[in-house]
Design a protein around this ligand. Sequence first.
Ligand code: NAD
Length: 257
Amino acid sequence: MSSLSGKFGLIVGVANKRSIAWAIAQAVSAAGARVALTFQGERLEENVRELAEGLTDPLVLPLDVTDDGQIARVFEEIERTFGGLDFLVHGAAFAPRDELTNPFSQTSREGFKTALDISAYSLIALSRGALPLMERRGGGSILTLTYLGSDRVFPNYNVMGVAKAALESTVRYLAADLGPKNIRVNAISAGPIKTLAAAGVSGFSNILQIYRDRAPLRRNVDTAEVADAAMFLLSDAGRAVTAEVLMVDGGYHATGM
Ligand SMILES: NC(=O)c1ccc[n+]([C@@H]2O[C@H](COP(=O)([O-])OP(=O)(O)OC[C@H]3O[C@@H](n4cnc5c(N)ncnc54)[C@H](O)[C@@H]3O)[C@@H](O)[C@H]2O)c1
């Protein structure tokens, strides 16, 4: 029996085949899980529907995480179709382009609110929606994706770093809140990977090169490697792990120079 057979998951954050969330969707699906994928806006619907054709009996639903009505409808549909939920993968993040190019001191109030709302608050809103469905299954695993820019300064990462710091703290508070219900909450802090979201950070190729030069493994990571680590946290193999930020970055985080 595969490690996730008979399990139901919700995966938020697939934009295209390069998305980290897509690699996770493929891995969990290959391990036997049935998943709901969401797409943000009509612009991405076709992409996500086409990708979903490669999965077994997926649900594909619209979701903008700033819209409470859409969040509620996603969980209603999951309840109707799956009857419960075993895991949630949160891979949504956004900051307005100006905030990722202007000097940090120029961060606007609106840009700050948007980045924190979409990239951090949404984990709380989605976890709250998942809670009754996970309780019905005797527990669950919630996973989000973060970056070392939460803790260290990377050029142009700016307000996204602040949002990731809030996200990682949110992981710990949710883990403490939901742990007694056997719901685990963790993050993977991935090394830089060229995706749609990453393309928004100016000078991103330079960050990739510095990791290649300095990470202990002397290379970048890919989405399949992040997905393998996600499998550990989402499956029973990670059943005693919660409130954790797992670094999947070739060891870069440990370097001093
Ligand atoms: N690519 C990297 O270098 C890297 C490194 C570490 C962490 N991460 C994190 O991984 C996660 C996934 O990003 P990715 O790199 O796969 O890029 P991506 O662009 O493929 O995924 C980002 C997703 O966020 C979604 N999103 C943005 N605003 C949304 C909204 N309002 N409602 C719903 N969804 C919304 C987009 O639709 C997209 O699917 C993000 O949290 C990102 O910060 C990425």
